[in-house]
Design a protein around this ligand. Structure first.
Ligand code: SF4
Length: 165
């Protein structure tokens, strides 16, 4: 069973580096993608307990769907870009790809609750199995991104409109 809940303790603050945000209601300042946030202190957020008061409601609300810890623990065997800076680029790339994988797994998991006919259920399980191989590697994630699989899952999800309540 894939864990689709963020587990920051087992991640390496990938979202605090990878993602861009703009100053506004959700964030206190602008941050470009791929640059560590100024509040990042070691592996953790230096203002974690005070995010809302400091104008970072967006950080409280963000969910990586469990992609971050999986990239660190499974794809990079517990290594961190903070100890091995050369890993930053590959880890950010894998994080972007894993967010896509987990986002699609999350949507398919939700779709399981629909009253689907057997043929659709079989199709769903086939796509789910392709999104959940034995283990992901950087090469496998890159291949996933280039493959037809993301498009196929989205097309399948669109085909379920008739079964929505
Ligand atoms: S404020 Fe904290 S949680 Fe938000 S991006 Fe910066 S380090 Fe990460």
């Amino acid at each position: 069973m894939i864990n689709l809940t963020s587990d920051c303790k087992n991640c390496a603050a990938l979202c605090c580096v990878a993602l861009a945000f703009d100053k506004g209601e959700m964030f206190a300042f602008d941050k470009p993608a791929g640059v560590p946030c100024q509040h990042l202190k070691g592996p953790l957020c230096g203002i974690h307990a005070d995010l809302e008061n400091q104008g970072h409601r967006g950080c409280v609300q963000y969910q990586c769907d469990g992609a971050g810890q999986r990239v660190v623990q499974e794809v990079f065997a517990g290594q961190s870009w903070q100890d091995t800076p050369v890993l930053l680029g590959p880890m950010l790339e894998a994080f972007s790809q894993m967010r896509q994988v987990h986002g699609l797994v999350s949507l398919l998991t939700t779709a399981k609750a629909l009253p689907l006919p057997e043929a659709k259920r079989v199709e769903l399980e086939t796509l789910m199995a392709e999104l959940c191989p034995e283990g992901w590697t950087p090469d496998a994630l890159a291949h996933f991104e280039r493959s037809n699989l993301p498009k196929a899952v989205r097309a399948f999800l669109r085909s379920l409109k008739a079964f929505l309540p």
